[in-house]
Design a protein around this ligand. Structure first.
Ligand code: BGC
Length: 448
C-alpha cells in the first residue's frame, strides 16, 4: 500500500537562512580578546585556534555562491568591532568597505543580510580596560561604533541584531570560570555584565533608529529549556524555575517591560525603564533542553546538570546537548505573548557525520511550522551554521555546518542535510517525499 502524501507549507515570504559570526568564519582576526585567549592553547580543545577560520575575510563570496546553490534567501552574519575600530576612536574605512562588499554580494545573490553588531568578541583596547564590566566605558563606545556601522552600511541592511546572547556571553565569560574569556567565576560580575549589555542594546536601538528610519532592530536571545532532572523533585523543580527566570526571562523582562529581574536588580545603578520597548522583533537562538538538579556543593550556583543522559534521550556529538525539537514551539508560544515578529536566529547541532542533522532539521522546522499554524508570527529560520567554523572553546572538533570544511585545506563538501535544506526551500516546506528521502522514520509522527 502506498503511503499518503502531505505538504507542510511555509509562508511565501519566509526567510530561509543560515547564521555565522565574524570571528568564527573570517580568519586572522587578531585584534580582539578571543584571539589572545586562543594563544594560550590549553584553553581551546585540542590546542586549536581560529587561524584562517573559513577564510571569509578574503573570500566569503565563494560560500555565498554555495548559499545560492541551496536557495537561501537570508543570512545572518556579524561585523567585527575590532576590525572596524582597531584603536579607540579610529575607524578603518577599508574594513567597512570589505563589509560593504560582503553585504552587496549577498544582496546581488538575492540573500537578505541580518547584521549582528556584537557576537562575543571585543576589540582588545576595550577588553584591556574591563570590557563590558564598566557601563560608562562600554555603552557610549558601543553606540559610537553602531552609529559608524549604520551610517556606512545602512543602505545595504536594515535588519539589525544588536547583541548576540548577552546571557551566554555573561555566563560563559564570568560564571563558568574558563569556558570563555576573561575566565572569571563571580555571580555579581556576571549579573553586571549582562545588565550592561542590555543597557547597551537599548542605547544602540535608539542610535539605529535615529540613523535609519526603517531600521528593524532586535536581539538574538539564547533560550534553554530547563527541566528538573528528577521529575517531581521539589528542589530540582525550584532550580529549573530559577534558571528559567534568570537565564531566559530576565532579558525579556528588561527589554520588553523595562524591569530588572531579581538578579539584575542587585547593585543596579539605575532603573530599567529606558530599556522598555527596545525590540522590533525577537530572535530566538534555540539548541537544547537541560535537565538540572539542586546541588548544595555548588556554592556559586546551587545546581548541576545531568551529565549522563538516559538511553532514550537523543544526544548530539560530544554531549553538546539533548535534541528536543518541541522546545522551539514552546518558546515561540511563550514569546508570542509579546506580539512582536519572531526570527529563529540560530538552531543547529554538532554532527560530524550528519547522521542526526537531517531528522533534527526536519523536526525543528516542523515545530516552527506548527508555531506558524498557530498564527505565531515567525518570519524566518537561520540554521547554525552554513559551514563548519571555529566553535569557540571547542575549537574545530564540533561540526555545525550544512557544508563540511576541513580547516587545514579549506576544502568544502555539502553534507546531505544541505541538500535536504535545499529541497525544503525549493518546495516551500516539508513534503512527504522529502521526509521519505531523508528521514523516513519521522513519517508517522509528521503525518497526523
Ligand atoms: C553562539 C554561536 C555558537 C553556537 C554553537 C551559540 O550560542 O551564538 O556562536 O557557535 O551557539 O555553540
Amino acid at each position: 500500500m502506498s503511503r499518503p502524501t502531505f505538504a507542510l507549507y511555509f509562508p511565501r515570504d519566509f526567510k530561509w537562512g543560515t547564521a555565522t559570526a565574524a570571528h568564527q568564519v573570517e580568519g586572522n582576526n587578531t585584534n580582539n580578546q578571543w584571539w589572545r585567549w586562543e594563544q594560550s592553547h590549553a584553553r581551546i580543545m585540542n590546542g586549536d585556534s581560529s587561524g584562517l577560520a573559513c577564510n571569509w575575510w578574503n573570500d566569503a563570496e565563494a560560500d555565498f555562491d554555495r548559499m545560492v546553490t541551496l536557495g537561501l534567501n537570508a543570512h545572518r552574519l556579524s561585523v567585527e568591532w575590532s576590525r572596524i575600530e582597531p584603536r579607540e576612536g579610529r575607524f578603518d574605512s577599508a574594513a567597512l568597505d570589505r563589509y560593504r562588499a560582503m553585504l552587496l554580494a549577498l544582496r546581488q545573490r538575492g540573500i537578505e543580510p541580518m547584521v549582528t553588531l556584537h557576537h562575543f568578541t571585543n576589540p582588545w583596547w576595550l577588553e584591556e580596560r574591563g570590557g563590558w564590566e564598566d557601563a560608562d566605558l562600554v555603552v557610549p563606545r558601543f553606540c559610537r561604533f553602531v552609529e559608524t556601522v549604520v551610517r556606512a552600511l545602512g543602505d545595504l541592511c536594515d535588519l539589525w541584531c544588536t547583541i548576540n546572547e548577552p546571557n551566554v556571553y555573561a555566563v560563559m565569560g564570568y560564571l563558568s570560570g574558563g569556558r570563555m574569556p576573561p575566565g572569571v567565576q563571580d555571580v555579581s560580575r556576571t549579573a553586571n555584565v549582562m545588565r550592561n549589555m542590555l543597557i547597551a542594546h537599548a542605547a544602540a536601538y535608539q542610535v539605529l533608529h535615529q540613523n535609519q528610519r526603517l531600521a528593524r532592530v532586535g536581539i538574538a536571545h539564547h533560550m534553554r529549556y530547563f527541566e528538573p532532572m528528577r521529575p517531581g523533585h521539589p528542589l530540582d523543580a525550584l532550580v529549573a524555575r530559577a534558571l528559567n527566570s534568570m537565564f531566559n526571562q530576565s532579558v525579556l523582562d528588561a527589554l520588553i517591560h523595562g524591569k530588572w529581574h531579581l538578579v539584575l536588580r542587585r547593585g543596579a545603578p539605575a532603573s530599567a525603564r529606558k530599556l522598555r520597548g527596545t525590540l522590533d522583533w525577537i530572535g530566538l537562538n534555540y539548541y537544547t533542553r537541560h535537565r538540572v538538579a539542586f546541588d548544595h556543593t555548588k556554592r556559586e550556583t546551587f545546581f548541576s546538570e545531568l551529565l549522563i543522559y538516559p538511553q532514550d534521550v537523543m544526544m548530539t556529538d560530544f554531549n553538546f546537548g539533548e535534541i528536543y525539537p518541541q522546545g522551539i514551539l514552546r518558546f515561540v508560544r511563550h514569546l508570542a505573548r509579546y506580539r512582536l515578529p519572531i526570527y529563529i536566529t540560530e538552531n543547529g547541532l554538532p554532527d560530524h557525520d550528519d547522521d542526526l542533522r537531517p531528522a533534527f532539521l526536519i523536526q525543528h522546522l516542523h515545530a516552527t511550522w506548527q508555531a506558524i499554524q498557530s498564527c505565531y508570527d515567525v518570519r524566518g529560520y537561520y540554521h547554525w551554521s552554513f559551514v563548519d567554523n571555529f566553535e569557540w572553546g571547542e575549537g574545530w572538533r564540533m561540526k555545525f555546518g550544512l557544508v563540511a570544511m576541513d580547516p587545514k585545506t579549506q576544502a568544502r563538501e555539502f553534507r546531505r542535510s544541505a541538500w535536504l535544506y535545499r529541497d525544503i526551500i525549493r518546495s516551500g516546506g516539508i513534503t512527504s517525499e522529502i521526509v521519505e528521502a531523508y528521514a523516513p522514520a519521522l513519517f508517522q509522527t509528521l503525518y497526523q
